[in-house]
Design a protein around this ligand. Structure first.
Ligand code: ZN
Length: 220
């Protein structure tokens, strides 16, 4: 797996597969070039783009990448696909709290809408709602890397996005429903991942204790 970071603030990942690469998230706008350059260095084509959620700092270069990669698959949860199309209505039964963070939308529509327990190449799709209503994480069962999107960030210490981390407030401030994030954070902890690869911050090896502490802090 290769991490691509913009300004040390936001990450995308290139995950190797037999047929090429899966790109997890697309960074902020004007990031297509470093992503394509990283794939070129690896020497494999990007076959699919899997999005953890519809916030602008994760979908920002989607349209540019799709334009540069004819035939690429685009995958996002069915729920966040509506946010990608700028349909901001909440579903019946969802907590009636305000959607936060930026939802710029994209011209690109997904080629496939993800459901829990789907697969994206080798990656297992894990429903992790809360930061956004349809947030998903991806677990690579080959090496137990957990691409957790914005459920956890590691910038300014490992923290959940259930509440605002004063050392890196962005993810907490953009969270739709904190208690739901905490449930998702516990579900991810239960997977016993070998490494945590977040949307913001460095990859953390053997993250169990740090995830436990972050969950305890988020619930306090
Ligand atoms: Zn986010």
């Amino acid at each position: 797996m290769e991490r691509i970071s913009r300004f040390g603030l936001v990450n995308a990942y290139l995950v190797p597969e037999d047929d090429g690469l899966t790109l997890v998230d697309t960074l902020i706008p004007r990031s297509a070039r470093p992503v394509l350059a990283a794939a070129e260095r690896i020497g494999a084509p990007i076959r699919r783009i899997a999005l953890t959620h519809a916030h602008g700092d994760h979908v920002g270069s989607l349209d540019d990448l799709v334009a540069a990669l004819p035939g690429v698959e685009v995958l996002i949860s069915a729920r966040d696909a509506r946010l990608l199309a700028r349909d901001m209505a909440l579903d019946p039964g969802e907590p009636d709290t305000k959607l936060r963070g930026s939802y710029p939308g994209t011209k690109t529509r997904p080629t496939r809408e993800l459901q829990p327990a789907d697969r994206v190449g080798s990656l297992e799709v894990i429903a992790t709602p809360g930061h956004t209503p349809g947030h998903v994480a991806f677990l690579d069962p080959r090496d137990r890397t957990l691409y957790c999107g914005d459920v956890f960030s590691t910038l300014g210490g490992v923290a959940t996005s259930a509440r605002v981390n004063p050392r890196f407030p962005l993810t907490g401030m953009a969270t739709w429903h904190g208690p739901t994030v905490l449930g998702s954070a516990r579900a991810l902890r239960a997977l016993d991942a070998a490494r945590l690869a977040p949307g913001h911050g460095k990859v953390v090896e053997a993250p169990a204790a740090a995830m436990d502490a972050a969950i305890a802090k988020g619930a306090a």
